[in-house]
Design a binder for this molecule. Structure first.
Ligand code: SF4
Length: 211
């Protein structure tokens, strides 16, 4: 079976560019499945820009989409060059683009003005996983490979909003997440806020048939 690098869900087209991530979140679905919207997102290798754009064209043959989003099963800014090139390709075709990220883009790409590059490529929106209202809880929940990642995530979101990219901070609905605190941070940096449902592993669900 070929890798799934482009898939559909929620009226959108999603791009699966990497399985690598700079976090090891306690709640990540990767610990119990690689299947999303019926697609297996395990990659045998990371796709090229040409492979992604070819698959996006094929996906549009099945009908329109509200947006094309870098989501997948890993951190897209691990492959920043591909994200930028595909975003430029989407912008040239007036297709709405969104990046779903853990906000480590600048830590992962030192020396690169990541936010300016995303804005220049025409990225419309970014969804940044904040997941906690303070660094200690963030480090415990998300186990980032970088120290001081929490502060950088907030600055990344602030820079995105200032660059005119529609910015949303999110938190997974967990007991420690402090949604009110996360919402306050989002408001302070010019972003909106969304609380995401927690998808527990099947063995800990009260209803094992729930998605
Ligand atoms: S940032 Fe996302 S992909 Fe990475 S470990 Fe956390 S939930 Fe999983």
């Amino acid at each position: 079976m070929p890798d799934t690098i482009v898939y559909r869900g929620n009226g959108n087209i999603y791009l699966n560019v990497t399985n690598r991530c700079s976090c090891d979140c306690d709640f990540c679905f990767r610990s119990f499945t690689s299947e999303v919207f019926g697609s297996d997102l395990a990659l045998s290798r990371e796709p090229t820009t040409d492979e992604l754009t070819r698959e996006i064209e094929l996906a549009f043959l099945d009908g329109p989409a509200d947006e094309v989003a870098f989501v997948g099963m890993g951190e897209p800014t691990m492959c920043l060059d591909v994200v930028l090139a595909v975003t430029e390709w989407l912008t040239a075709r007036r297709l709405r683009s969104r990046l779903v990220t853990n906000g480590h883009g600048r830590l992962l790409n030192p020396g690169v003005d990541v936010v300016a590059s995303l804005a220049r490529a025409g990225l419309d929106a970014v969804t940044v996983s904040l997941n906690a209202a303070d660094p200690e809880v963030y480090d415990r929940l998300c186990r980032p490979m970088f120290s001081k990642a929490f502060r950088e995530i907030v600055l990344f979101a602030q820079s995105c909003a200032a660059a005119g990219i529609a910015t949303t901070l999110t938190a997974v609905d967990l007991p420690d997440a402090d949604p009110d605190g996360c919402r306050a941070i989002a408001e302070a940096v010019g972003a909106s806020f969304r609380l995401r449902a927690h998808v527990p592993p099947p063995e800990s669900r009260t209803d094992p048939t729930a998605p």
